[in-house]
Design a protein around this ligand. Structure first.
Ligand code: PDD
Length: 287
């Protein structure tokens, strides 16, 4: 079955799906995006993802490409046309195509909107959950507004590639004071020796992950104590568990950091119980 993408009002075959050469997303990374999980035919946490999309657009003074009702319709249609039951959709909105100029284009320039969807193999995620992943730490070198989900992800790309070249799967940004920021495409959590779940505040300096927010609902249901506070690399290395949250991985255990094992070097039980409860508690929108 061939994949279908949505590009500016049309459903097109994936190999032919394209935007203009002068699109501002392409030229300036002048665009925002969302990635949302689909599981068992349900879109996970759609409202929260679309709320964050609205915020990202607002922060960049970009117009909304369409109403929420219309957008939801298109997302579901893309998922249906690609027969996704387990997978993700990726949505991007840019400030549109215009002659290259750093200033914003004329206000009537239509935004570019693209939506793609793909199926993923649940057994790949299951293997990650069973084995955990290895990560490296890298110095924070991103701009000050990573709270906006923009497509400007070059530092994240370079960090992940560096991890791969060093035999790890992912990277964690650490600031110059040794404070843990977030993963290259996820938020970081630790479980302290006192069994407290800790993640850093998300008002500034990191992306406020939707999975992170829903995980707090899950923790409340499971009677787990959560603290939002900064923590340093040393505290992370001494944690009982360390894990990532993101829409693509939900809750992925980290078993090795910079070549050193986390606890006994195996995935922990807290992240497993959170993962088990997550889907029941998250918002589910049928395709
Ligand atoms: N990334 N931090 C960063 C830098 C991210 O790129 C992401 C998500 C997150 C977690 O956010 P959420 O829980 O809403 O997925 C945190 C997506 C999955 C990506 O770029 O593919």
């Amino acid at each position: 079955m061939s994949r279908i993408a949505y590009v500016n009002g049309q459903y097109v075959r994936h190999p032919e799906a394209a935007v203009h050469v002068e699109d501002r997303g392409f030229q300036f990374a002048d665009g925002v995006y969302e990635v949302c999980e689909v599981r068992q035919g349900m879109i996970v946490d759609l409202s929260r993802h679309l709320n964050r999309l609205d915020r990202s657009l607002r922060e960049l003074k970009m117009a909304s490409p369409m109403s929420r009702a219309a957008l939801t319709l298109v997302i579901r249609e893309v998922l249906r046309r690609n027969r996704v039951r387990n997978g993700i959709f990726y949505l991007q909105v840019t400030r549109g195509a215009a002659r290259r100029d750093h200033y914003f284009p004329a206000p009537d320039t239509p935004p570019t909107i693209t939506i793609t969807a793909k199926s993923t193999d649940p057994s790949v995620a299951a293997k990650k959950y069973a084995n955990g992943i290895k990560v490296i730490t890298v110095p924070e070198n991103r701009w000050d507004r990573v709270d906006i989900k923009t497509v400007g992800l070059l530092p994240n790309v370079l960090a992940k590639q560096q991890a791969k070249e060093q035999g790890a799967q992912d990277a964690i940004f650490v600031d110059r004071d040794g404070i843990v920021m977030e993963g290259a495409s996820s938020n970081v959590w630790i479980v302290t020796p006192e069994a407290e779940l800790v993640t850093r505040p998300a008002e500034h300096g990191i992306l406020k992950g939707i999975t992170r927010t829903t995980l707090m609902d899950v923790a409340a249901k499971l009677d787990l104590k959560v603290a939002e506070r900064e923590f340093k690399v040393e505290e992370m290395m001494a944690a009982r568990e360390v894990f990532f949250t993101s829409a693509t991985g939900i809750c992925v255990p980290i078993v090795e950091i910079d070549g050193k094992p986390v606890a006994n070097g195996h995935p922990g039980t807290v992240s497993a119980s959170i993962r088990d409860a997550f889907f029941d508690i998250a918002e589910k929108t049928p395709i």
